[in-house]
Design a protein around this ligand. Structure first.
Ligand code: PGA
Length: 261
């Protein structure tokens, strides 16, 4: 199995329906002019309430994912949206464990692990986010921190060789929304450590996981980052809100880091 490439637009709590659907149309039209190599896909993660409108606007070049998903499928959990509800509206993927969910909404490793397990068993694809805070980077404990998050989130998960539904996103917290990107070599080093962990844990199926980088990815740094051998794509926040910068990032990935028009 070869590693898949993936670029995801994470809109966070932004973008009302009209802007969301025009973004979908603009990006899909833009993708018509980008020769996407086999194995590269592009996805957008709108808010829950914009998912249905975005899905209706899709022509099929993009896929959609939710920004979050509940650990439980249904029940007395006011405000939550479970995996079955996403599948019911045609959404088959979710981001889990984003650092904003962890830090602002108190999602701990245990909850993130339960979300990963229930989403995968319901049939969703999962982009599992991990990443260290600045203090861990400065104390040089960043690798242990991230591998600890993975260990907790993947306890009890079996990734079989046929299962490409688990993607990891490494997003150092100090690089998210700060304009401060990890150096390509720093990101590559952490991706390598993550891949070794996955490979020790799941064999070839672990080694072949796609590992995305996130944290202030922009058209200007995308080519350098994607040129790193361990980086398989991006989870993009701020630079994904407008169609054109997002397309420029997709073009950088499509051309394997060699051209960034
Ligand atoms: P950013 O966000 O690109 O704005 O840093 C990335 C993310 O939070 O996924």
């Amino acid at each position: 199995m070869t590693r898949q490439r993936l670029v995801v637009a994470n809109w966070k709590q932004n973008t009302l329906t009209a802007a969301a659907t025009s973004w979908i149309r603009a990006v899909e039209a833009g993708l018509d002019n980008v020769p996407l190599p086999a194995g590269l896909s592009v996805a957008a993660a709108p808010s829950y309430v914009a998912l249905a409108a975005c899905r209706a606007a899709l022509a099929g070049r993009l896929t959609l994912m939710a920004q979050n998903v509940a650990a439980q499928d249904s029940g007395a959990f006011t405000g939550e949206v479970g995996p079955g509800m996403l599948i019911d509206v045609g959404i088959h993927a979710a981001i889990v464990g984003h650092s904003e969910r962890r830090s602002l909404f108190h999602e701990d490793d245990d909850l993130v692990g339960r979300k990963v397990a229930s989403a995968l068993s319901a049939g969703l694809s999962v982009v599992l986010c991990v990443g260290e805070p600045l203090a861990a980077r400065e104390a040089e404990t960043h690798e242990a921190f991230v591998l600890g998050q993975l260990e907790a989130a993947l306890a009890g998960i079996d990734v079989s060789a046929a299962d490409a539904r688990l993607v990891i996103a490494y997003e150092p917290v100090w690089a998210i929304g700060t304009g401060r990107t990890a150096q390509p070599e720093q990101a590559n080093e952490m991706h390598g450590a993550i891949r070794t962990f996955l490979s020790n844990r799941f064999g070839a199926a672990g080694r072949d996981r796609s590992i995305l980088y996130g944290g202030s990815v922009k058209p200007l740094n995308a080519a350098q980052l994607i040129a790193q051998p361990e980086i398989d794509g991006f989870l993009v926040g701020g630079a994904s809100l407008l169609a054109e910068p997002f397309l420029a990032i997709v073009r950088a990935v499509a051309s394997d880091g060699t051209v960034s028009p």
